[in-house]
Design a protein around this ligand. Sequence first.
Ligand code: ADP
Ligand code: MG
Length: 495
Amino acid sequence: MMVIGVEFRKSPSGDGERVWGCCGKMGEFNGGADTGKGPSDLLKEQWERVTRTLKADIGEAAFQSWIKPILVRCIDGNVVRMSVPTRFMRDWVMAHYHDKITDLWRAENAVVAVVEVIVQAERGLQPKAPEAIEHTAAKEAVIERPVENNQPKSLSASLDRRFTFDQFVVGKPNEFAYAAARRVAEASKRPPFNPLFLYGGVGLGKTHLMHAIAWHIRQCEPNHTVMYLSAEKFMYRFIRALREQTIVDFKEQFRSVDVLMIDDVQFIAGKDATQEEFFHTFNSLVDEGRQIVISADKSPSDLTGMEERLVSRLNCGLVADIHATTYELRLGILQSKGLKLGMEVPPKVLEFLAHKITANVRELEGALNRVVAHAQLVGRDISLEATQDVLHDLLRANDRRVTIEEIQKQVASHFNIRTSDMHSARRARSVARPRQVAMYLAKQLTTRSLPEIGRKFGGRDHTTVMHAVKKVEELREHDSSFAEDVELLRRMLEG
Ligand code: ADP
Ligand code: MG
């Protein structure tokens, strides 16, 4: 193919800086002659519309990190060529957004058949810092270096004041995790176990315990550097370092801390490059005798999409599980929080809440806050009736709540397979059938939509869930022992 014009020029408008001229066959370019606009302007406008739709679809943070840095280079026949600054970004964009981008381009410009993404550094243009990401992830990022405070801006958020050991109510479900956290916080020399791996469902106190460790060390070992951040933030910082070619600084910063805490590590499942970097950071810190604390929503072995060698490292130290709350713990937490709210909450109300709001501590706290806030607002004492009234939506949702995780666990144990097989890609009948049963029960017993259920089963499509539901219904009709199995599971889960 003959290329008619190769021209790289900056568009005069501010935003247009990031969009370059056309190197394609002008004749094939959509509508250039009719509008009086140059091809680069049209290309730019089309790309802007594509990105607008994409942004609405994927959200601001993902947009800022993956789409904004893309430069449209040219259109060459039916090929739109775009560039990103690093290979890692290209792989990511190709894996996650390429299909969407191609569809959108085609909708904008009928000539486009192929979208190419190449790696090319921007000459003379520094990629902008992804402020939006910094912003969204900032609440998760804390570095505590009390002696001097010369950290980069992105690491200087603070720990939650309320998340200390003495604000943590200990009961059977969390006593082991609590003891382990305390032990780590109080060990001034060698780590007692490395890493400390805390896991449990949402809202059960993992972040609280991690902050508590950080507060304690900060107080007792003021010279120690404690770095706390979410795995998400770790990834963003890593990617930014790659993009800005500051990876050496990045490594140095992470490898010079005394205690590294990474919250919600499940976030980097399936994110290979980030895992690789984390693995090396991890090893280097452990070799130096520095403490590592990790949290996740599952045990290391149940985390899917994690490299084997990383899983085995995570399993090396102490793995502590925070179990679902019990009535006693919930009541204890309500009593402790009730005292701090400056209003008398009748024991009957606390008991009622502990009985009814069972999902997690976060929800329990939220319920109590709502009841107290309402009473203060209307200037009345807190009563059971008012409580029921204020929380009627929440109470209804809690009435019959089974989580998909519980269903997966129960079904897996019933059929003697691993819970992780609920998310795995294995198709053997021995795991596929139980997985279908679990999907079926998730549809029956929860209010989750098909796509939501699919996502909880290793990111499967909603049509897979639909198929599973149909299949199980079919089997129930024709196979009475199968039907009994499903009934039994349903009763156990509802009971
Ligand atoms: P996770 O990180 O496990 O999702 P968080 O640590 O954010 O959960 O806890 C959610 C909320 O519940 C926080 O406000 C936390 O202070 C509170 N919380 C959780 N467990 C306890 C506990 N045992 N005692 C007191 N508060 C708790
Ligand atoms: Mg948390």
